[in-house]
Write a protein that binds this ligand. Structure first.
Ligand code: VG1
Ligand code: CO
Length: 543
């Protein structure tokens, strides 16, 4: 029944910031997915008899991909495959399941916040036995395999697995177990937070709205917020996962989660609003007519850790991705704990968490998480905020204002220029690099430049080095302008421009971020020639 299929390599199967993401049409080519999966299996050590977790965000092509992966897992000698019911596992739930059942690893099928459907995106990534995304040395090995692959193993059977029926079956010599997608994750959440306090809050006058954006978090949010914690039915909107996410763009930011933003800025707005992305690992936090910048959210969560049962004894340390603002660093300093700065992508946090060096991690891109799993976790962040609100009995806005008053405010914004021609995007970064020498010591928008560099990171645990992780202009007062190319897009290039300026004076902490950063925004364009080189006079998305 086991067959060896001849194949030839495909170009471009290089995992990016978070796995391999391509248009569905590319993944549907004969042998394309198979080549990548076999390359993973060839790169991760002895898999004989081991357990593999498989699940995805339910997007178009999810189920077909799972059927192929299961037949390949059986033919390659895995002993068992654990699959979320209906093929669904949010990214943090997959991480939870890998850890809980001590699986060898997992394949997560998602292109996260990218749109879904026959003409949109699909993605796949491999997570290790710690539940976290494979580090670069593994993704490099996978890529090398994709360039030389000649054959793959697949079970030659007309049988398909019923993904809906919970329980165990066999395929060849392998056990296939369909597990509840929500149960293990919900149990983990209950072990971290004060569910009684949150239930009291959610059954009081307090009102919240959670937008699942027709993506994977719907069933999780309904089960936990409505069924377990007593929030009224209807608290979770767009709760049913759809293969095309309802035609939307499941990216929880001010542009793509517009419906929620409108609800939260209306006169009768609820007290708390939140949204998650396609695969459930991102979160956006809103108070009534108030938006919490993700970098601030990380800092505020760290500052309030003692409110939360799981973190009441304090944090070992904090880690943030390089473009994330320095707000968390100030909290770490006050708590006398270390703060690490890593390249963009959750895979860089795994070693630090495994070594017990950090408890909380965050990215400016609406990602926050802790060592409870090895992925960022959208619903976890929402429960964390709810637990804070239940204990503090203050509004989100109040908590933010108090925080700024204590630590100062890091004004922050990210401007994305999407689907730019790749060579123009490279030119923008190169143009900035060419000025490194003259910029250092000069004054931009009234501030003195301390240093310019191409960010490079040496992992403190395994000493691996990652270079070219973003072009930085660092100012003496802690302000920063950063240019970076996205590693998750599937069309041309996306330039991300990150802007940050620190304000210690409480009387100046209540401006609109775009206004407070206006001179920086202008200066960034002048020195990079961004709008001229890309022919774009404004960003696609501003957060
Ligand atoms: C983006 C974000 C990054 C995040 C990554 C995966 O990457 O900037 O912080 O880790 O997406 O998130 P990039 O390379 O496009 O900037 V997810 O929720 O798409 O898995
Ligand atoms: Co995501």
């Amino acid at each position: 029944m086991c067959s060896i299929q001849q194949t030839t390599p495909f170009e471009g199967q290089k995992p990016g910031t978070s796995g391999l993401r391509k248009k569905v049409k590319i993944f549907q080519q004969p042998h394309y997915l198979e080549n990548f999966v076999q390359s993973v299996f060839n790169s991760i050590g002895d898999i004989q008899g081991k357990t593999l977790v498989v699940g995805g965000d339910g997007r178009f092509f999810n189920d077909e991909a799972i059927q192929i992966i299961v037949r390949m897992a059986a033919a390659n000698g895995f002993g068992k495959v654990l699959i979320g019911q209906d093929g669904i596992l949010s990214t943090p739930a997959a991480s939870c399941v890998i850890r809980k059942y001590q699986a060898f690893g997992g394949l997560i099928l998602s292109a996260s916040h990218n749109p879904a459907g026959p003409d949109e995106d699909f993605g796949i990534k491999y997570n290790m036995s710690n539940g976290g995304p494979a580090p670069e040395k593994v993704t490099d090995a996978i890529y090398a395999q994709t360039l030389s692959i000649q054959e793959y193993n697949i079970l030659n059977t007309p049988n398909t697995i019923d993904l809906h029926q919970k329980g165990s079956t066999t395929l060849g010599n392998m056990t296939v177990e369909i597990i509840d997608s929500v149960e293990d994750y919900a149990a983990l959440m209950a072990s971290l937070f004060d569910f009684n306090a949150i239930r009291t809050l959610l059954t009081s006058e307090f009102r919240m709205c959670f937008d699942a954006m027709h993506a994977v978090t719907g069933p999780y949010a309904k089960a936990i917020l409505e069924d377990t914690l007593g929030a009224p039915q209807g608290t979770v909107i767009h709760a049913i996962p759809l293969p095309d996410f309802g035609g939307g763009h499941p990216d929880p930011n001010l542009t793509y989660a517009k419906e929620l933003v409108d609800i939260m800025y209306a006169d009768d707005a609820p007290d708390f609003g939140a949204a998650s992305d396609g695969d459930g690992d991102r979160n956006m936090i809103l108070g009534r007519q108030f938006f919490v910048t993700p970098s601030d959210s990380l800092a505020m969560m760290a500052a309030q850790a003692k409110c939360i049962p799981a973190y009441q004894h304090g944090l070992a340390g904090i880690a943030r991705s390089m473009p994330t603002s320095g707000a968390a660093d100030r909290v770490a300093q006050a708590q006398n704990i270390p703060c690490y700065e890593t390249p963009t992508g959750w895979k860089f946090f795994g070693n630090l968490m495994d070594a017990g060096k950090v408890t909380l991690c965050g990215e400016e891109s609406f990602g926050t998480g802790s060592d409870h799993v090895r992925e960022k976790d959208g619903l976890w962040a929402v429960l964390y905020w709810l637990n804070i609100l239940a204990v503090r009995q203050q509004s989100v806005e109040n908590i933010a204002h108090e925080h700024w008053n204590t630590y100062g405010r890091n004004y922050y914004s990210r401007h994305d220029y999407e689907a730019v021609a790749s060579d123009a995007a490279q030119q923008v970064l190169q143009h900035v690099r060419n000025q490194f020498d003259t910029l250092a010591g000069s004054t931009i928008a009234g501030r003195e430049v301390q240093l310019c560099d191409d960010f490079s990171y040496t992992d403190p645990i395994d000493q691996s080095v990652s270079e070219h992780q973003g072009v930085r202009i660092l100012f003496k007062d802690g302000s920063r302008i950063i240019f970076r190319l996205s590693g998750t897009g599937t069309q041309g290039a996306t330039i991300r421009l990150y802007l940050e300026s620190y304000e210690a004076d409480p009387s100046k902490q209540h401006q609109d971020a775009q206004e407070a950063l206006a001179d920086f925004i202008q200066a960034a364009d002048t020195l990079s020639h961004l709008s001229e080189l890309t022919h774009m006079d404004r960003p696609t998305v501003i957060t």
